[in-house]
Every structure is written in C-alpha cells, then in structure tokens.
Design a protein around this ligand. Structure first.
Ligand SMILES: Nc1ncnc2c1ncn2[C@@H]1O[C@H](COP(=O)(O)OP(=O)(O)OP(=O)(O)O)[C@@H](O)[C@H]1O
Ligand SMILES: [Mg+2]
Length: 250
C-alpha cells in the first residue's frame, strides 16, 4: 500500500528548474532514504510535500487526497510531520516547553493533559527526561538533534519526513537514532529520511530513492542501489569515490 504518492512534481525558482519532474511512491510502514548530492533538491522536495513551497505542477496524494495548496499546519493535521535541516529550536525555552509548544501549534485535537503526558513519554523515548527543565541552548549538539526529533515524534502523525536528523552524531548517538527509527517503524509509521552518511542509509533503509538534479534516478532496495557503480560515481565523482566513501563513513 502506498503512504504517499507524488506524481509529476515540478518546481522552478525564477528560470532555474530545480525539480523538473518527480514521481515517487512511498510504501506504507517502510523507511525510505532520499539520497543525492548537495543541491540535488532533497530539502526542496520536503518543502513541496509539506506546503512550505507550492509546486508549479504535479500532485502529492496522501490518504487519497491531494496536499498541494494546503498550508504546512494543515499538512501536519493530515498526518505528516517534518524536521528541518537547520534545527529550529526555541533556545530560551526548556526542553519540555520545546516539545509541548510544537504539539500545541500543530492544532492537535488533544487536550492539555494529554499534551503534557505525551511530552513526558517522548522525552523518555529520546533519552532527554533528565534534561526536561534545561534550556535548549544549554544542550549538547547531539541532545539538540534528539530534541528536534522529539518535537516531531510528539505529533500525532503517520508519516515522518526527516531532513538529516543524524548528521554529525557520534557512534553511540547514532545507535540511539537507529533504535528510534526502528521503533517508529515497529509502530507502523512511514519514514522518508534525508541522509548523507551512506553507512546509516545502508543500515536503516528499506528503500532508497536517489535524487540527482531534481530527478529520481533510481528507486530500489539498498543492496541494488549500492551495487550500481553509476550511482556511486554520481554521488562521489569517479576519482574521489573511494577516498570520500571512507571519509563519509568515518
Ligand atoms: N527558495 C529558493 N529560492 C531559490 N533557489 C532555491 C530555493 N530553495 C532551494 N533553492 C536551490 O535549489 C537547489 C536545491 O536545494 P536543496 O536545498 O533542495 O538541496 P538539497 O538536496 O537539500 O542539498 P543539501 O544536501 O546540501 O541539503 C539549490 O541549488 C538551491 O540553491
Ligand atoms: Mg537539504
């Protein structure tokens, strides 16, 4: 069953066509990674799906309805949450308040008591319960990444779009991140993950969509994508492939 069905999506900025024609179908309950070089259009695709940008053409079908034209808040209410590449935390607020405020501004139908209980539960899940009263600005880098994740995991949605949530995480934090992704999947959620670290991509993905210059060049299982030299050459450049692959995984 498809969780999200994108057809003929197009976006240009001025005369610059960034997304010429994207068609992509996400399967329900799977983790799909969206990989591709810097500037390929990955974040732009998230912006188009979630109402932060309006496409010039195309449809984004979700639960049988087109999302195009909806505001970001309405997209969230339909059941899609996204995280941002640049963490958009409220630095002067506590960890607890950051998660709480995200839920309340999503126009959730839950009451305040449910929001409080849900916030406690999500902080426990991401390992930030002990820092619940700490200001976001005082957290470590990894803690800020997990707070960012907690803010959207707290939302009552089915589909998560995560824009580089694991970038810069060290080994132990990466393991925590993997465990969180697995738990989302075990609950039946669908995830679209933007990630540059190909070790992480290989480990967590059920499917990989390879985006290059705004086009989906390949959509397949990790084994098949990683076996395709054309794609790895496109990603790293032939000359630097081996050198950069090892740097990327270190
Ligand atoms: N609002 C905008 N106006 C003009 N150009 C934009 C806008 N948003 C994105 N672009 C351009 O679109 C291209 C794709 O950008 P995008 O941020 O989607 O890439 P990306 O695949 O997420 O890259 P990265 O891996 O570096 O995050 C870039 O050339 C970028 O400069
Ligand atoms: Mg990006």
């Amino acid at each position: 069953m498809s969780a999200l069905d994108i057809r003929g999506l197009r976006k240009a900025f001025g005369g610059n066509v960034i997304i010429p024609d994207v068609t992509l179908e996400l399967e329900q309950g799977l983790i799909t990674s969206l990989v591709g070089p810097n500037g390929a259009g990955k974040t732009t695709l998230f912006n188009l799906i979630t109402g932060f940008l309006r496409p010039d053409a195309g449809v984004v079908h979700y639960k049988g309805r087109d999302l195009v034209g909806l505001t970001p808040q309405k997209v969230t209410r339909r059941g899609i949450a996204r995280s941002f590449q640049d963490l958009r935390l409220f630095n002067d607020m506590s960890v607890f308040e950051n998660v709480l405020v995200g839920q309340e501004s999503s126009l959730s139908l839950w009451g305040r008591k449910q929001h409080y209980e849900n916030t406690e539960a999500v902080l426990e899940r991401v390992g930030l319960s002990a820092q619940r009263d700490t200001r976001a600005s005082e957290l470590s880098y990894a803690e800020r990444k997990f707070l960012n994740l907690a803010r959207i995991m707290a939302l009552d949605v089915d589909l998560f779009l995560l824009d580089e949530p694991a970038s810069g995480l060290d080994g132990p934090s990466r393991q925590t991140f993997h465990a969180l992704l697995r738990s989302l999947k075990a609950e039946g959620h669908t995830v679209l993950l933007i990630e540059h670290n190909l070790d992480i991509v290989r480990e967590v993905s059920d499917r990989i969509a390879f985006l290059n210059k705004g086009e989906v060049m390949a959509f397949d299982t990790p084994d098949r994508i990683f076996a395709d030299d054309t794609l790895t050459d496109l990603y790293f450049g032939t000359a630097n492939r081996k050198k950069e692959a090892s740097a990327c995984s270190s």
